[in-house]
Ligand binder design. Structure first.
Ligand SMILES: [Ca+2]
Ligand SMILES: [Ca+2]
Length: 209
């Protein structure tokens, strides 16, 4: 008695453990971080599943995301309401996918969502241009960006419809296992793809949470 946590029921913690890569202790720690961002909104008692969401502006200022050029897209990809607001469940899912324990296949699914800026389930030329502009912090000229994007689509588009479905994207990533050796080689378009993929995830959430 006395030191038993009362934030979640045992069943809730078991469910979080089953659906994420976290231990009970890590879930409680994440609740602490979620709560401290907005102590007036987030209750200490989650046993009755309170309907609480934190706005994207609070989340993107977390140290794990602050420097990431895709921070808004990352948060939006995990926001169930689609507006970028995160419930505690969304918040836990996001950190779980960002963690080192999450398999590459799962990260790939979310990376695809992140780069699909206009959310039409394809990565098209305009999505790639936005991605490349963010990655290179606008160091490339418009012509260079267009050239790289055309090359990437040409190489990765297996069914020839001019845009990349998830299968194209996944295939491209799987062809580039030695990414680290080629990190700075933007001329190698396959590597560029994997570079894109890794860039969103390079700050692993769990280590710092
Ligand atoms: Ca798209
Ligand atoms: Ca295609």
């Amino acid at each position: 008695m006395g030191n038993k946590q009362t934030i979640f029921t045992d069943e809730q913690l078991d469910a979080y453990q089953d659906c994420t890569f976290f231990t009970r202790k890590e879930i409680l720690r994440l609740h602490g971080r979620y709560q401290e961002m907005a102590p007036n909104i987030v209750p200490m008692d989650y046993t009755k599943d309170p309907d609480v969401k934190l706005p994207i502006q609070l989340i993107i200022n977390m140290p794990e995301l602050k420097e990431n050029p895709f921070k808004e897209r990352i948060v939006e990809a995990f926001s169930e309401d689609g507006d970028g607001n995160l419930s505690f469940n969304d918040f836990v899912d996001m950190f779980s996918v960002l963690s080192e324990m999450a398999p590459r296949e799962l990260k790939a699914i979310y990376a695809f969502k992140i780069y699909d800026f206009n959310t039409d389930n394809f990565i098209c030329k305009s999505d790639l241009e936005k991605t490349l502009n963010k990655l290179t912090r606008e160091e490339l000229t418009a012509e260079e960006i267009t050239l790289v994007c055309e090359k990437v689509i040409e190489e990765a588009d297996m069914d020839g419809d001019g845009k990349l479905a998830f299968a194209d994207f996944e295939n491209m990533i799987s062809k580039a296992p030695d990414f680290l050796r080629y990190k700075n080689c933007l001329k190698n378009y396959q590597m560029f793809f994997f570079y894109m993929f890794c860039c969103s995830w390079k700050d692993d959430g769990l280590a710092k949470c």
